[in-house]
Design a protein around this ligand. Sequence first.
Ligand SMILES: [Zn+2]
Length: 234
Amino acid sequence: MRVLPNLLVFPWESMTENNCNTYVISGDKNILIDPGHYHLLPQLERKMRRDGLFFDDIDLVLATHPHPDHIEGAAAWNDKDCLIAAHLDAVEFMERYEKFWEDTTRRTLPVINFDFLLREGKLKVGEHTLRVIGTPGHCPGSVCFFWEEGKVLFSGDVIFFQSFGRFDLPGGDPLELFQSIEKLVQIDAEVLAPGHGPAIQGRGSVKQNFYIVLELFQQMVAEEVKRNGGSVKL
Ligand SMILES: [Zn+2]
């Protein structure tokens, strides 16, 4: 579904099966962010087709982080005339935890042929400029993308509508996640496009959501500290 002239959103709405939202920035180059699970790609393909967009139209596939519900489907573009990229720590993470994810999902994960690896900084793709922001904490190799022309922040599993990502999975770290969210507050986004759940539109609403989430995070840590009698401070 087209929500901005150059932005298509394919929200994941099933309550019975987990998968991520997929986004496509369209233009002289089409960039797809987070293809989701490999076995659920037919649903994405159907939704994209309704907007006149085909897998073969995609020039670049990006993943916000290396969890299978975000990155796995990228393998569908291995042999297409399309580039695939993720952060360098993401690729290392996938190799290290392949067995963990195969045990967790009870499926064999497809091999993804990455064409290049992301680092923090600007990524120019045709007419589009993406700022790659390193945001560890949910998992190693987690990045957010700020699309400068559309002022859209693709936040993966770092921050959602009134909520934040898990940090109890392998490589997760609450302090890093908190710092990553604080880093994102500085971005002048008009739309927050998270990996799960609804998007947030409007500069004021995006900012307010950041403050609500940081507050929630601090409350959670304070309760945790009280429970453990420790003195963790974020
Ligand atoms: Zn995740």
